[in-house]
Design a protein around this ligand. Structure first.
Ligand SMILES: C[S@@+](CC[C@H](N)C(=O)[O-])C[C@H]1O[C@@H](n2cnc3c(N)ncnc32)[C@H](O)[C@@H]1O
Ligand SMILES: [Zn+2]
Length: 366
């Protein structure tokens, strides 16, 4: 069947009601937002670098992502597509017919990445966790290159399967109203850690959570001197389930056992990345790009990110955690608490004003 996404048309064998790995060639229409952001950031990154890019899509499925990059941007010098499934790569070849600057491979993604090094952009979009592909992707990425990483095992990262999260990502998820953000920050931490192990440094430059997936982009820095700076941004978030107090700690030994505010049990999540997720230079270029072919949710998420990127705190709040009374409207909260909306949740807001100020504000209403 023929489908449309962004500015392109392409073929897939079938689109069942239930999207699953069992499809002959995988295609998920909800991931259009994921691909929109790939288009958007590649346009901006290619402008920032003032060059066209050698890009790799090691799990390309139908090839729709590269097709969009080729047709919606001027960013691509040459594209390398790979999928372990023969049917997928054959379909990608058909979908990209007419494009000369493309090479196709039918290998395991790790083998493909290690045999073809030196990419300016790599897209990691597996079923579930990206962890098994991180090392080869980091090795295969050029210094200064950009990498986009998707995780769809959000249930583990968000805390539904804490042991699975610990096994895969080496972190304890945090059960809180801002679990989506902690999940993204655990993913970011594990990518940074993987880069440290390989004596390189991946710096986060963009990220978001949407429906069932998380997405984060990183630039591979030159030299390892920045590793120290980034390692100081890996830490823990302490959280009180009673009074909702939360705070950052860079060393686990500093985490109090009891809430510094109310004395109740003090829970924690981490290690996770507690530094800035967004690169302002890239954001500034991205905001001036053409959004015509993007899904309305892509535009909504991006506009929210433009605002929330100014906030340093690695969490957000929801008014209803402070009580069941009638709470002020979000637009008043934003004004009164110097807050911004957050793409992580429609009722959420981010602010850097002290926790006690936020709590007292809501106690008047609770
Ligand atoms: C989530 S889909 C990718 C979707 C695609 N990137 C898109 O935007 O439409 C995952 C793909 O990875 C492929 N795959 C799974 N394991 C792989 C491996 N070890 N090496 C290479 N490809 C793999 C699957 O055949 C499937 O096509
Ligand atoms: Zn407390």
């Amino acid at each position: 069947m023929r489908l449309k996404e962004g500015a392109v048309e392409f073929f897939i064998p079938e689109l069942p009601d239930l999207i699953s790995k069992d499809m002959e060639v995988f295609y998920n229409p909800f991931m259009a937002i994921n691909r929109d952001f790939t288009v958007l950031i590649l346009k901006a990154y290619s402008k920032l670098k003032a060059k066209k890019l050698f890009i790799a899509d090691p799990m390309s499925a139908s090839g729709v992502r590269v097709l969009r990059l080729l047709e919606e941007t001027d960013a691509v010098e040459k594209a390398f597509l790979n999928d372990i499934k023969k049917e997928a790569i054959e379909l990608a070849q058909k979908n990209l017919e007419g494009h000369q600057n493309v090479e196709y491979f039918n290998k395991d993604a790790n083998v493909f990445l290690l045999e073809n090094k030196g990419f300016d952009y790599i897209d990691i979009d597996p079923y579930g966790s990206p962890v098994p592909f991180l090392e080869s992707a980091i090795k295969s990425l050029k210094t200064g290159g950009l990498i986009g990483i998707t995780a769809t095992d959000t249930a583990s990262l968000s805390g539904s399967y804490p042991f699975k999260a610990f096994r895969r990502y080496g972190s304890k998820p945090l059960d809180s109203e801002f679990y989506h953000e902690s999940a993204l920050r655990i993913l970011i931490k594990s990518v940074i850690e993987a880069s440290f192990r390989l004596d390189s440094v991946l710096k986060p430059v963009f990220g978001f959570s949407y429906r069932h997936f998380l997405r984060a982009f990183f630039i591979k820095l030159k030299g390892v001197s920045k590793a120290v700076d980034i390692s100081t941004k890996i830490g823990y978030i302490g959280y009180c389930h009673s009074c909702k107090f939360r705070a950052n700690y860079t060393c686990i030994l500093d985490l109090p056992k009891f809430c510094p505010l109310c004395g109740d049990f003090f829970d924690y999540g981490g290690p996770l990345y507690i530094g800035p997720i967004y690169d302002n230079e890239l954001l500034n270029i991205m905001k001036d790009e053409d959004f015509t072919y993007f899904h309305k949710d892509t535009i909504k998420v991006f506009n929210s990110i433009l605002k929330e990127s100014s906030i340093k705190s690695p969490w957000f709040y929801k008014a209803n955690i402070f009580g069941k009374g009638i709470m002020p409207k979000l637009k008043d909260i934003l004004k009164d608490l110097k807050a911004t909306p957050t793409h992580f949740s429609p009722e959420g807001f981010k602010t850097d004003v002290p926790f006690t100020y936020v709590k007292e504000y809501f106690e008047k209403w609770a």
